[in-house]
Every structure is written in C-alpha cells, then in structure tokens.
Design a protein around this ligand. Structure first.
Ligand code: HEC
Ligand code: HEC
Ligand code: HEC
Ligand code: HEC
Length: 138
C-alpha cells in the first residue's frame, strides 16, 4: 500500500516537471525586452509555436554570425544578448531594428508570394490593450 502511494506521488511529480519544461518556451509569448526600458508602444504578442512548428528553422531567427560570416545558432539566447538598444561597434543592428527587420521582412516576403503572412502595420503588432506585461525574465 505504502509503495503504491509513493509511486503515485512520483508519477505526479514527474508530470508536473514535464509540464514545467513544456512551459519554458511559451507557445504564445509577449515580447518585453528589459533593455528597451519603459515601452512607448503596446507590447507585441508573438505566437512562437505557430512560427517554430512549421514556418522556419530555429536558426532562421536564432542566428549567430561568426566573424567569417558563417551563420550559427543562438538558440536559448535572447535577441538582447547580442543586440543592444543602441548600435555598437560589434553589432550595428539595434534591438528594435533587429526585431522590426526580422519580423517585417519575412511577413512582406510571404505576402509578396501571395501566401498567408503576418502583420506589417504598426498597430497590427503593437495592438492596443492586447497584451498585459508579463513578469520580467531578462
Ligand atoms: C511585425 C510586428 C511589428 C510591427 C509591424 C511593428 N513593430 Fe514595433 N516592435 C515589434 C517588436 C517585436 C518590438 C520589440 C519589443 C521588445 O523587444 O520589447 C518592437 C519595438 C518597438 C519600439 C520600441 C519599444 C517601445 O514600445 O518603445 C517602438 C517605438 C516601435 N516598435 C514602434 C513601431 C512603429 C512606429 C511601427 C510602425 C512603423 C512598428 N513598431 C511596427 C514588432 C513590430
Ligand atoms: C520566426 C522566428 C523564430 C523561430 C523560427 C524560432 N524562434 Fe524561438 N524565439 C523567437 C523570438 C523572437 C523569441 C523571443 C526572444 C527575445 O525575447 O529576446 C524566441 C524565444 C525563444 C526561446 C526563449 C524563451 C524564453 O522566454 O525563455 C527559446 C528557448 C526558443 N525561442 C527556442 C526556439 C526553438 C528550439 C526553435 C525551433 C524549433 C525556435 N525557437 C524557432 C523567434 C523564433
Ligand atoms: C549570439 C548573438 C546574436 C543573437 C542572440 C541574435 N543576433 Fe541578430 N545578429 C547578430 C550579429 C553579430 C549580426 C550582424 C550585425 C552586423 O552586421 O553588425 C546580427 C544581425 C541581425 C539582423 C540583420 C541581418 C539580417 O539577418 O537581416 C537582424 C534582422 C537580426 N540580427 C535580428 C535578430 C533577432 C530578431 C534576434 C532574436 C530572435 C537575434 N537577431 C539574435 C548576432 C545575434
Ligand atoms: C521566417 C518568417 C517569419 C518571421 C521571421 C516572423 N514571422 Fe510572423 N508570420 C509569418 C507567416 C508566414 C505568418 C502567417 C502564418 C499563417 O497565417 O499561417 C505569420 C504570422 C504572424 C502573426 C499572426 C498570427 C495569427 O495567428 O494570425 C503574428 C502576430 C506574427 N506573425 C508576429 C511576428 C513577430 C512579432 C515576429 C518577429 C518577432 C514575426 N512574426 C516573425 C512568418 C514570419
């Protein structure tokens, strides 16, 4: 009897641990970079799972650029780990520019091919009242 209870508890603990892991990479994120300080526009919702499941490889967005120009992976890092609020000598692409360029270029490209595409207008990403600030992570 005692053994059965312990097994049941163990299964429960493992189930919660698995759920925790699945949440580590939110299916639907709200992008809120600390490096940008107080935001002036409504926060942007980003359906990560929808993008990462079939739209692109991880490294299309989570890239790194070696000095020789080779593209590597920066999976697990935040964009703000390499892109600062202001351009630097090491990285000429500011954080806002990095997001805007990556998001909008791909949406324009898809729209140009007549395929389903994401938003390119300010108010369609910075949607008023759409997203409450999540707890700070970075
Ligand atoms: C495809 C989605 C998208 C579109 C379209 C878009 N933005 Fe953004 N914008 C973002 C994302 C993502 C960030 C990064 C937010 C962060 O890192 O916290 C951002 C950041 C910003 C920031 C800095 C953060 C802040 O709120 O002060 C400003 C200002 C901004 N955008 C203005 C604009 C304006 C103006 C337009 C239209 C010309 C626009 N954006 C269009 C996605 C978008
Ligand atoms: C269309 C672009 C795109 C694709 C494709 C993509 N990601 Fe992301 N991912 C993002 C953005 C944007 C963020 C938010 C980064 C930030 O806030 O600085 C993010 C965040 C993350 C995070 C951090 C989550 C957190 O909050 O701690 C992980 C982990 C991650 N992605 C893993 C992956 C993996 C694994 C894949 C491939 C299966 C993938 N991503 C594909 C754009 C993408
Ligand atoms: C490990 C560091 C690193 C991370 C993390 C990183 N980048 Fe970059 N990114 C770079 C470097 C280096 C360049 C080249 C900068 C230059 O040309 O001065 C670059 C260039 C870019 C460019 C311009 C070139 C192009 O591909 O269009 C965009 C846009 C961009 N990054 C967006 C992002 C976004 C969005 C994220 C987060 C999902 C991100 N980056 C995460 C290092 C990084
Ligand atoms: C590699 C290409 C690519 C990149 C990079 C990309 N998107 Fe998208 N996005 C798409 C495509 C394609 C769709 C249309 C998907 C569909 O409707 O099936 C889309 C759809 C969306 C939608 C609408 C989702 C819905 O359910 O209607 C939002 C919001 C969005 N993207 C936000 C962003 C933001 C914010 C970024 C940058 C952090 C970004 N996307 C980066 C390709 C991209």
């Amino acid at each position: 009897m005692k053994r059965v209870k312990l097994t049941a508890i163990l299964i429960l603990v493992l189930a919660f641990a698995a759920a925790g892991l699945a949440l580590a990479q939110d299916d639907n994120m709200v992008i809120n970079s600390k490096a940008l300080g107080q935001h002036t526009r409504p926060l942007v919702k980003f359906p990560h799972a929808k993008h990462s499941d079939k739209l692109a490889d991880c490294t299309t967005c989570h890239h790194d650029f070696a000095p020789n120009g080779n593209r590597g992976s920066s999976e697990g890092q935040f964009c703000s780990d390499c892109h600062s609020a202001q351009p630097t000598a090491k990285n000429s692409v500011s954080l806002v520019m990095a997001f805007h360029k990556q998001c909008k270029e791909c949406h324009r490209y898809a729209a140009g091919k007549g395929q389903p595409a994401g938003p390119v207008m300010c108010g369609d990403c910075h949607v008023i009242g759409a997203a409450a600030a999540p707890p700070d992570k970075k």
